[in-house]
Ligand binder design. Structure first.
Ligand SMILES: [Fe+2]
Length: 251
């Protein structure tokens, strides 16, 4: 059994279409989606229409939650831009999404951690705002007693797989549509993947008996017309998005 995992599309419809075509070319029919679908200065409404038609098992990311619970005047620039592009049917769809979801009994979907859509899990920040891989202790603590062989997360946009000592596999597939960003919270920091390519992951159940070791993961990078999306971001006055979409770096 193979399952494609996508996350953090952020309104990048061209990256989404390229990833979905790549998944189909690999003969994979099952796709799960980990949130933050629309926010950013790109094509929120078109991205939402593509996703609403596909009906993938999907959860609510922090930006999806903010789009449906904050007044536009209180939104950050990413959310405000995409909110202006969205119709009521798109917001109704976001409201319908649960914060977590269990898929095929083995797989827990969450956005940040099982308990939070805003907490970085497999990465952490120093007090100076340097992003690094989380300690094993912190990763295990945030996994808690979630008794699933596979736990999927997104949010940091960094592709990574961590195998806990008990065999549980935690996977962040990386971001489909936003390969770098900066954020002021909780301290100013940059997240840069160093590649403009769209990222996703494929889980495979090999059928071996111990539940935790039955699943493996592979990461995929997909080329698409990233410069067209960078141009769109630049035209809309978002230079940092234009840089990230061009190169995977912020400057
Ligand atoms: Fe997020």
């Amino acid at each position: 059994m193979r399952i494609a995992v996508i996350a953090d599309i952020h309104g990048n419809d061209l990256a989404l279409e390229a990833v979905l075509a790549d998944i189909a070319a690999h003969g994979i029919g099952d796709v799960v989606n980990l949130g933050d679908y629309l926010s950013g200065p790109l094509n929120a409404a078109r991205t939402a229409d593509i996703l609403m038609e596909r009906t993938f098992p999907s959860i609510c990311g922090n930006h999806d939650r903010w789009l449906t619970t904050r007044a536009p005047a209180d939104m950050n620039s990413w959310d405000r831009f995409s909110h202006a592009d969205l119709a009521p049917r798109h917001l109704d769809w976001l409201r319908s999404l649960p914060p977590t979801l269990v898929y095929r009994e083995d797989i827990l979907l969450c956005h940040g951690t099982p308990a939070s859509d805003t907490t970085y899990w497999l990465e952490d920040l120093t007090a100076e705002g340097v992003l690094h891989m989380s300690s094993r202790k912190r990763i295990e603590e945030l996994a808690g007693d979630q008794d699933f062989p596979v736990i999927l997360c997104g949010h940091t946009h960094i592709p990574r797989a961590v195998r806990l000592a008990d065999g549980r596999l935690i996977v962040n597939p990386g971001s489909v549509g936003c390969p770098g960003y900066d954020d002021d919270e909780p301290v100013f920091h940059k997240v840069e993947t160093g590649s403009p390519d769209a990222s996703y992951a494929v889980l495979e159940k090999t059928g071996r008996e111990r539940a935790g070791t039955a699943w493996t993961v592979n990461f995929h990078r997909v080329r698409y017309d990233n410069l067209a999306m960078a141009k769109l971001a630049a035209e809309r006055g978002h230079a940092e998005w234009a840089n990230a979409l061009s190169t995977g770096w912020l400057d």
